[in-house]
Design a protein. Structure first.
Length: 315
């Protein structure tokens, strides 16, 4: 069962009562099926009503939920013959960004994405999905390979931002992010990016400057975290809900602004409640986006990408 977020307390209370009743009826001496069904219907309605009116800050919490599917789950559920390619051929291998060749529904592709990890050991190993310069330089290398072999590039974005440590800055973090973004924009093959959780700052755009940008219904995408924005503007992270509202971080806001192209629906209550359904939904959206670019040549793909991003700055 998914763990509950703070704003889901009424739903958690109802689910707790249901679980208690089921334990009471486990010995078969008491028939309380009708009461359980009544409470379950009430819980389902509360869940629908809650998720129909989430605030931007609540969507941020959903996007960060630890039980949402991660890169490895999408790879297992959507791709065949995934072959990991490691290292940037300059410094080392950054496991916050993972990528390689794969088959996607009969099409050979290059898939790259952020991996946050799903337990303490894997989160430390993958640095919570915060890429270092060698991670973005690895992404550049893989995109160059895809361009050379004429393979579409699919990226899965889920990061709070690039790693901000001193070592990363010493190794050229800003330059690596800029070069990765430039590589995305210069590809002569289709590139589709999907924001599946958090799309944080340059750490996200470095893998998301594609022809089509998809975004899960409850994902967030912004130039800085709400807490970071609040700390700058109000000198306190307590104002993060206000910052999230003002920053227009939700898929619905960004679709209206032309920053993303498609909102991918999530299962009721978020991707963490039914990961398999969420993965299948993303797969269908990726297939639709990829099919729409099948007849475009390199020059047309570059023009399409250029026009898309230039249009964002026009009034």
């Amino acid at each position: 069962m998914a763990s509950f977020l703070d704003f889901e307390k009424p739903i958690a209370d109802l689910q707790g009562r249901i679980d208690e009743l089921r334990e009471t009826a486990a010995d078969g001496t008491v028939d309380i099926d009708a009461e359980i069904a009544k409470l379950q219907a009430k819980s389902d309605k509360a869940l629908r009503d809650t998720y129909a009116r989430l605030t931007p800050w609540q969507k941020t919490q959903v996007a960060r939920h630890g039980e949402r599917p991660h890169f490895k789950h999408y790879v297992a559920g959507l791709f065949d013959d995934f072959t990991v390619l490691a290292g940037d051929r300059a410094f080392g291998d950054d496991q916050a960004i993972v990528g390689g060749f794969a088959q996607f529904r009969g099409t050979r592709v290059m898939v790259i994405g952020h991996e946050k990890g799903d337990d303490t050991a894997s989160r430390l190993r993958h640095n919570f999905g915060m890429g270092k310069p060698e991670g973005y330089r690895k992404a550049i290398r893989l995109m160059q390979l895809a361009d050379r072999f004429g393979l579409p590039v699919l990226t899965l974005v889920d990061t709070s931002g690039a790693f901000p440590g001193v070592q990363a800055e010493e190794r050229g973090q800003a330059e690596a992010i800029a070069r990765s973004t430039e590589m995305c924009l210069s590809l002569g093959v289709p590139m589709i990016a999907a924001v599946v959780g958090e799309g944080g700052s340059g750490g996200a755009i470095a893998l998301a400057a594609g022809n089509k940008v998809l975004m899960f219904e409850h994902a967030v995408y912004s130039v800085i975290s709400p807490e970071g924005c609040a700390s700058i503007l109000w000198r306190t992270a307590d104002k993060a809900p206000d910052a999230a509202e003002a920053m227009k971080v939700t898929a619905q806001d960004l679709k209206g602004l032309g920053v993303i192209d498609t909102i991918v629906p999530e299962p009721l209550g978020g991707a963490h409640r039914d990961p398999a359904l969420a993965i299948a939904s993303l797969g269908d959206a990726l297939q639709d986006a990829l099919g729409g670019m099948g007849n475009m040549g390199p020059a047309e793909l570059r023009r399409d990408r250029r026009a898309k991003f230039l249009a964002m700055g026009r009034l």
